[in-house]
Ligand binder design. Structure first.
Ligand SMILES: Cc1ncc(COP(=O)(O)O)c(C=O)c1O
Length: 357
């Protein structure tokens, strides 16, 4: 269940009134691309980034005037042109190979930095592109609209490399600025980098993912800035009593050790619950109960006499935040969100103001 009104509030709150490019790749962190883009528009966000052409095309349908940035190198120049997408420019090789196709398109120069998944790794190559463009006749020039990088260490608070990559980037940026070229879009910071440093000077946009979706990039941040709009719950299919000697689950993985009541719950790792999540508790009627076994479609929870068959079992919610379990070692926030299987889980949107208009 997703509370749309809360989703919109969280998007506004977590971006702190700054200009944002919302990262909506992987079906908007599995919240749903169409749902998320329309909610982000309502939150005042008009720029979007994804890795996929299909997603970019869907975003264009919903947001005819938005800036849509393709973060992966693309070769489908026809679709880029037809839809006015902005694209990454990842290397000198790419530039010279596709120079003709790039004419008239909006590109953002990509700096590799320490993350180094893609992009230029030195200033002189970046300057070469700018200079090469400047001497071309206007009608064959591309528009160097932006410059960007991605940090690989901003989320790693116990590592020093973030300071190194941040300095590399800021030094690169100031060297590039000496060319006199002005960029409409300068964006580098993900959720963790923004939480650590605020928006860097001279940067036009943040490029946020997880914070917009209501998870703190690290646990010392205030929950109030990152309210979680999603609740994940499942029904109980059966209540059973086990004797102390009885085992239950594959390989007899759970043995209560005392006479116990258990709830068999209709959710499992096949629905995308990370296995590590089952080492912790769930919530029924506001009370915590230990999860004892996780199977593909079921979960065993040790309960008491207060629990009845009609009760709902909450795995994630405003009192069971995804980021709290991430902090306990249950994967990463985006890993749990991305794993949720909406072919088997039912997604229900509540508090959707559009429905009542
Ligand atoms: C290139 C790029 N920018 C920004 C983000 C957003 O990061 P976060 O979800 O940590 O805010 C991602 C996420 O993976 C990314 O790949």
């Amino acid at each position: 269940m997703i509370d749309r009104a809360q989703f919109v509030r969280t998007a506004k709150m977590s971006s702190g009134g700054k200009n944002v490019i919302a990262v909506v790749k992987n079906n908007a962190y599995n919240y749903g691309l169409e749902f998320s883009v329309s909610a982000f528009l309502e939150a005042g966000i008009h720029s979007f980034a994804t890795t996929s052409m299909d997603e970019a095309l869907t975003i264009r349908q919903i947001a005819p005037d938005a800036m849509i940035f393709l973060m992966n190198p693309t070769y489908d120049f026809e679709s880029v042109r037809a839809n006015d997408f902005h694209i990454t420019l990842p290397s000198l090789e790419y530039y010279y190979k596709y120079k003709d196709e790039l004419a008239g398109l909006s590109v953002h120069l990509e700096f590799a930095g320490l993350f180094n998944r893609s992009g230029f790794d030195n200033v002189s190559d970046l300057v070469e592109i700018i200079n090469d463009m400047d001497v071309l006749p206007t009608h064959v020039q591309m528009d160097i609209a932006g410059i960007w990088t991605h940090f690989g260490y901003a989320d790693e608070l116990d590592m020093q490399e973030y300071e190194v990559e941040r300095k590399m980037w800021l030094d690169t940026l100031s060297s590039i600025k000496k060319t006199g070229h002005t960029f409409k879009y300068i964006h580098a910071q993900n959720s963790a980098s923004f939480a650590r440093d605020g928006l860097f000077d001279d940067h036009t946009h943040l490029r946020l993912g997880i914070a917009l979706y209501g998870s703190r990039p690290y646990a010392t941040l205030p929950v109030s800035d990152y309210e979680q709009s999603m609740t994940l719950k499942a029904p109980i299919v059966q209540l059973r009593h086990l004797r102390a000697s009885q085992k239950c689950g594959y390989g007899g993985s759970y043995q209560p050790g005392k006479d116990a009541s258990v709830a068999v719950v209709d959710i499992g790792y096949g629905d995308g619950i990370l296995r590590k999540r089952a080492e912790f508790h769930c919530m029924i009627n506001g009370k915590c109960y230990p999860i004892k076994a996780l199977m593909m479609s079921h979960m065993i929870v040790e309960v008491d006499e207060e629990v009845s068959l009609e009760d709902e079992v909450i795995l994630y919610g405003s009192d069971l935040r995804i980021d709290e379990f991430t902090n306990l070692g249950v994967g990463a926030n985006s890993e749990q969100l991305g794993a949720l299987n909406y072919n088997s889980l039912k997604k229900v949107i509540i508090n959707d103001a559009r429905v009542y208009q």
